[in-house]
Design a binder for this molecule. Structure first.
Ligand SMILES: NC(=O)C[C@H](N)C(=O)O
Length: 503
């Protein structure tokens, strides 16, 4: 099938996190061209975007105003999310060396994938992920790309709601100064997640424009930095081993007391519990690559950030990407290492929840919890905006804005995600499934096959080294996806999963 010649104006703002300066200066109507109404496409961004009066109207003519440093910040922001909370668990099931090797590999592959995206977008002047899909395979390509982005965003929202479900009861418990989790409704994560969804997230998601909410993503990154500092600090505070009998004891006790009780345990046992492993393989190792892939997904954001960049060149954008990936790589490794070295094999799939094994009244951890909870609560509506827009584009194309539809889509989406979170046994299932399906598609498979199709054969023959490399990259993605999915399904079917559950 030949790539369609016409260019299509698809979603220019795939994720509401990076809206500034993204409004096209002008959009030409051409014959045969199905051009989306920019007023409709960007209706949710109105008032948040600035139009440039000085430029001539051209299809790809966006006036990028964002500096190099700010773009690094924006992309880092897109990379960083709930994935960081699962990495210590991944390290506990791979060992430090194997983890480092895999994390390095995923980071390098992620950077290569951005190289493919930038090269493909340069050829056709495309600045949105789905547009690449359209250019490569027509409407099916665009739909599949939109579907993967939607699935990834639904996964991200589910993981955020899961954090609310697991952390909010602990925060309330601490504020009420209760010694033990009781069966009252306000300490039940499922009720709390519904309550937060209805009272905070839904009203925000019903706004017609993102407005200042779009800026709150910067706050999320700061919260994650705060989380990382707390994880490093806690490594030197929390004794090892945590006496198992203290796990269920709540109430005030000092670290000295914990350490003394730990001393009472046998020395060899303690040594075994507190020795890091450098290379581990077990049934849970299957989740490692999906967790890492999930953690590095930022690819739908790369082209919009490229569009916003001041004096954009592929080289400059690649530098932006490499720097963001490197910074996140270091943060991910530190969070995983210190989280693992605090709890060793007892680390849970959601690292922050593991600290409830130590001291539920710890002020630092309480502050981290409140910060992370605020960040994820504000991020859910931001991620919901592009998902709703994608659904609207797929199902109700070219239709006038309707409040009923706007409210209904948000309500149905939030209801489904709530049900998913209530019935999901743990966050690992979310990281596992999303990290083994949409994440490898967005990082490996799509950039490679889009590249293969978009770069003209006159420029790079099908058997040229870059194209063969791209195909190998797609195959690697397919292999990782099949392997991860099979191992996860085997793990579920055999019922082995211990999952480091957080309840
Ligand atoms: N942007 C995403 O889809 C996920 C993000 N990389 C995270 O770790 O949460």
């Amino acid at each position: 099938m030949d790539a369609p010649l016409q260019t299509e104006m698809v979603e220019l703002v795939p994720n509401g996190r990076h809206l500034e300066g993204l409004l096209p200066v002008g959009i030409p109507e051409a014959d045969n061209q199905r051009v989306e109404d920019p007023r409709q496409s960007c209706v949710e961004s109105k008032g948040f975007l600035q139009k440039s009066p000085s430029k001539e109207p051209h299809f790809t003519d966006f006036e990028g105003k964002t500096s190099f440093g700010m773009s690094v910040f924006n992309l880092s922001n897109a990379i960083m999310g709930s994935g960081i909370l699962g990495l210590a668990y991944a390290m506990a099931n791979t060992g430090i060396i194997l983890f480092l090797f895999l994390l390095t590999a995923i980071a390098l592959l992620s950077s290569y994938s951005i190289h493919l995206l930038l090269k493909s977008s340069g050829i056709v002047g495309i600045r949105a992920y789905e547009q690449l899909g359209y250019r490569a395979f027509g409407t099916p390509g665009k739909l599949v790309a939109a579907l993967a982005i939607t699935l990834q965003n639904i996964g991200a929202m589910s993981s955020y709601l899961y954090i609310i479900k697991s952390e909010l009861p602990l925060v309330i418990l601490t504020f009420l100064n209760l010694e033990k989790q009781t069966l009252v409704w306000y300490l039940n994560g499922n009720y709390l997640v519904i309550l937060v969804s209805v009272t905070v997230i839904l009203p925000l998601a019903l706004m017609r424009q993102l407005g200042y909410l779009g800026y709150s993503s910067g706050f999320s990154l700061s919260c994650m930095v705060f989380f990382l500092i707390a994880v490093i600090y806690k490594k030197f505070q929390v004794p090892c081993p945590l006496p198992s009998n203290l796990t269920n004891i709540t109430g005030n006790f000092s670290h000295m007391e914990v350490a003394e009780k730990a001393q009472l345990q046998g020395e060899p046992e303690a040594a075994a519990l507190c020795t890091p492993s450098y290379f581990t393989l077990n049934s849970q190792t299957a989740y490692t690559i999906p967790i890492m892939a999930f953690a590095f997904v930022c690819h739908p954001e790369v082209l919009p950030i490229y569009t916003e960049l001041k004096d954009p060149t592929k080289r400059k954008m690649q530098h932006v990407s490499n720097l963001s990936i490197t910074v996140m790589y270091v943060m991910y490794f530190l969070a995983a290492l210190f989280g693992y070295l605090t709890f060793y094999d007892r680390v849970e799939s959601e690292l922050l929840h593991t600290y409830s094994q130590v001291d539920p009244f710890d002020v630092l951890i309480l502050c981290v919890r409140v910060a992370v909870l605020t960040a994820v609560t504000l991020t859910v509506p931001i991620v919901l905006f592009p998902v709703r827009r994608a659904i609207q584009q797929i199902l109700f194309q070219n239709q006038e804005f309707s409040w009923v539809r706007h409210v209904l889509i948000a309500t149905v989406l939030l209801t489904c995600i709530n049900l998913l979170v209530i019935f999901a046994p743990n966050i690992l299932g979310i990281f596992g499934i999303i990290g083994a399906t949409s994440a490898p598609c967005l990082i490996f498979i799509f950039p490679a096959i889009f590249y293969f199709r978009i770069i003209p054969t006159e420029k790079e023959p099908a058997r040229s080294t870059p194209k063969i490399l791209a195909l190998c990259f797609a195959l690697l993605g397919l292999l990782l996806m099949t392997m991860s999915l099979s191992f996860i399904i085997i793990d579920w079917v055999s019922g082995n999963s211990q999952h480091g559950g957080s309840h």
